[in-house]
Design a protein around this ligand. Structure first.
Ligand code: GDP
Length: 295
């Protein structure tokens, strides 16, 4: 078990107090602990560095050195700053259109299809919506099949077109179908690749342009740590997405990707995936994630 940051900071300040000399240099030592903790949690190193600089300024500004419990005060500053950087509060998805169109993007294996099913299930059972799932991965029949299986499990229809290899047309037809059949949310699952490539980006950009979704969501595996940031940046540069879905938080990652991605792309994380089951979905709470990152 990691000793949590709170304990480590308290300890470092106790030692320093014992020496009777708490100085700016000692604060720097404590900030090293903060940075180490962020790096342990997989936060990108540049972001960890910027973060500790901000915390340092705040700590000195708030005169943490003269506080009765400087360790606790440092932890509070770090915690508050993490929450603020991750957006402060939860941001919901926009499902106001009729139908509201939601486009999924992300690399293959990130959890797009699973999340599409989870979201459809949530909207149906908790928000009284009538979703239509759309299979737009024309390269992998297995992906279409996977979505159909999910759709069946949750009682949500899945739109697909066998033999049509144009994902833009399929997506457009699906929106028409939703209108014709009274569906109020259309969730479009798209093809991913193992790594970013131009064709995939062109394709999803073309789908986005054609269907003009209320929400474009970028799905990313929290376990991919540092890589997650680069992928997020490339997708955002191309798609200007509206929100991030962080999957596989049931793994042993401390979730530093949340902070890195939020800092780099400035888009809210909207949901987190916490398992393979359809119910394993939570709305994103910056405060909970801050606790998790701090360990
Ligand atoms: P896609 O290629 O992006 O559509 O990814 P999939 O939805 O097929 O997911 C890839 C794998 O990750 C599957 O085995 C899923 O069961 C699994 N998966 C998806 N989300 C989660 C999650 O939140 N936690 C865990 N542990 N596994 C997940």
């Amino acid at each position: 078990m990691f000793e949590n940051l709170s304990e480590r900071l308290e300890k470092s300040f106790k030692i320093l107090k014992g020496q009777g000399k708490i100085t700016e240099i000692n604060v720097a030592e404590t900030l090293k602990e903060v940075r180490r903790s962020l790096l342990d949690a997989d936060v990108n190193y540049k972001i960890a560095k910027e973060f500790t600089n901000t915390v340092k300024e705040k700590a000195l500004g708030m005169n943490v050195l003269t506080a009765v419990k400087p360790g606790q005060m440092m932890v509070k500053i770090v915690h508050d700053e993490l929450i603020q950087l991750m957006g402060g509060t939860h941001v919901d998805i926009n499902i106001k259109g009729n139908p509201a169109v939601i486009l999924m993007s992300g690399l293959q294996g990130s959890g797009k299809t699973t999340f599409s099913g989870k979201l459809a299930n949530l909207l149906k059972t908790k928000r009284g919506k009538h979703p239509l799932l759309v299979a737009c991965d024309v390269y992998r029949p297995a992906a279409i099949e996977q979505l159909k299986v999910l759709g069946e499990q949750i009682g949500v229809p899945v739109y697909s077109e066998e033999g049509n290899n144009d994902p833009v047309k399929i997506a457009l037809n699906a929106v028409k179908e939703a209108r014709a059949t009274g569906k109020d949310v259309v969730i479009v699952d798209t093809a991913g690749r193992l790594a970013i490539d131009e064709q995939m980006m062109n394709e999803i950009a073309a789908i986005k342009k054609a269907i003009d979704p209320e929400e474009t969501l970028f799905v990313v595996d929290a376990m991919t740590g540092q890589d997650a940031v680069n992928t997020a940046k490339e997708f955002n540069d191309r798609l200007n997405f509206d929100g991030v879905i962080l999957t596989k938080l049931d793994g042993d990652t401390r979730g530093g990707a949340a902070l890195s991605i939020r800092t780099v792309v400035s888009k809210p994380i909207k949901f987190v995936g916490t398992g393979e089951k359809l119910e394993a979905l939570d709305v994103f709470h910056p405060e909970r994630m801050a606790d998790r990152i701090l360990g």
